[in-house]
Ligand binder design. Sequence first.
Ligand code: FES
Length: 102
Amino acid sequence: MSETWTTVASCESVTAASPKEVVVGEHILAIFRYQNRLFAIDGMCAHQGGPIAEGEVAHGCVTCPWHGWQYELETGIQTINRQPLQRTYEVRELNGEIQVRL
Ligand code: FES
C-alpha cells in the first residue's frame, strides 16, 4: 500500500445525504459520510459496474442502484455471499480536505 495520501474532495462536499464519486488515477472511488465517519470504497460495483456512489446507505451498507447488491461500507463485503468484492480504502479528513490512501 502506498504511503501517500491523495486529496480527493473538500470536507464539506461529502455529506451523509450527498456521497461523492471521485476519480484518482485509474481508480473510481465512492466516498460516503455515514454516522459521522468517512468511508471510501470502489466506485464501480463488482457485479456489472454500477455507480456505487449513487446507492442508498442503511445499516452500514450501500445498495447498488442497478441490481441491488449490497456491500458493507467498512469492509466491502457483499452481504449475501460474504465475500469482500469491493475494495475499501483508508480515508481521512485533514485541513478541510478528504484524503484517501490507495
Ligand atoms: S451493477 Fe451493481 S448490482 Fe448489478
